[in-house]
Design a protein around this ligand. Sequence first.
Ligand code: NAD
Ligand code: DAU
Length: 342
Amino acid sequence: MRLLVTGGAGFIGSNFVRQALRRSRQVEILVLDLLTYAGNLENLAPVADLPTFRFSRVDIRDAAAVRDAFRSFRPEAVVHFAAESHVDRSIHSPAEFVSTNVTGTGVLLEAAREWPVGRFLHVSTDEVYGSIPAPHAADEERPLSPSNPYSASKAGADLLVSAYAKTHSLPVLITRASNNYGPYQFPEKLIPLMITNALADKPLPVYGDGLQERDWLHVHDHCRAIEAVLAAGRAGETYNIGGECSMQNIEVVRRVLDCCRKPASLIEYVPDRPGHDRRYALDSKKVKSDTGWEPSTSFDSGLWETVRWFRDNPEWSARVHSGEYRTFHDLNYSQRGEFPSV
Ligand code: NAD
Ligand code: DAU
């Protein structure tokens, strides 16, 4: 199976690529990634020497480069992770979110129309449903009601993907996952930021009253779910992927402090995020019944393992913060950008 993976140098994408290549020698992967601040080639170092792995630095908004990649690699399936992914950044600089998340997705869909693929899996988010009042959980039929520029751009991309299924019979799948955590997550998101700050004895900024609820999904469970949907999902369908671990932010922060053996005095309440969604909650019955997938990592063990990973890889966080990774090994990998012939 030839898989084209966009955004494969980011947090979830790189976990997916490492996991898929480890699991099967029948899978060949070409990663297309622009290597923004969030894309890091070090994340792919464990698979860089495999003959089944290729990387090319490509902006998904660049139609000619994307078409070239499709024409040369002839993917049988696409898994589309590439996006601007951080809500706070989208509030300050929305333009990149609209262009990468909406226009970039449109460019990929056009390429997939020209060079047909068996599956086009678009990786989306529970944020497209907006805040869900307790005790409800959003199923896939819930109307989209995004609250911030990030989630609005993801909702726009979801609608574009669905439109290509209707207009062009493109065999698309959409997955909408809840909050991921795990190794290699950029330390701007809640859990890795709290871990790296706690380990460095820096304050842990909690937005507003800290009583917002998120549903936590370990990245390995998310990647297994994507593999399951790719294999067994019904074309044209959307699948929610929840972690079944709902928790208030302040509780997450307390658990991080426990794992790091640091005092609660590091917690600092700061002004709230504008338009902050109070609660996300997903109904994931459909993915379970169609594919048999279940989340398998408990939050406690997943968090311990994540804290251990950040503790064991301080140089990764340091390089990520300094931006050094943008040139690290860059030349090597660019030279490997030729696509395998078919
Ligand atoms: P991330 O920010 O860690 O990685 C994004 C990757 O996309 C980076 O490697 C970056 O270089 C690349 N990229 C950005 N703009 C690009 C462009 N124009 N062309 C090519 N590559 C580009 O993101 P993540 O947390 O791994 O999220 C991956 C996907 O999963 C996103 O689509 C996100 O919306 C979705 N998602 C994330 C979560 C979460 O909790 N992190 C939950 C549900 C869904
Ligand atoms: O729900 C899925 C989404 O989860 C993904 O689609 C996004 O790509 C991903 O970034 C994430 O969005 P959130 O906004 O939920 O994640 P973030 O880690 O930024 O924040 C989680 C919660 O923690 C949120 O309620 C805001 C709060 N928070 C976050 C940060 C960074 C704080 O209280 N303090 C912080 O410093």
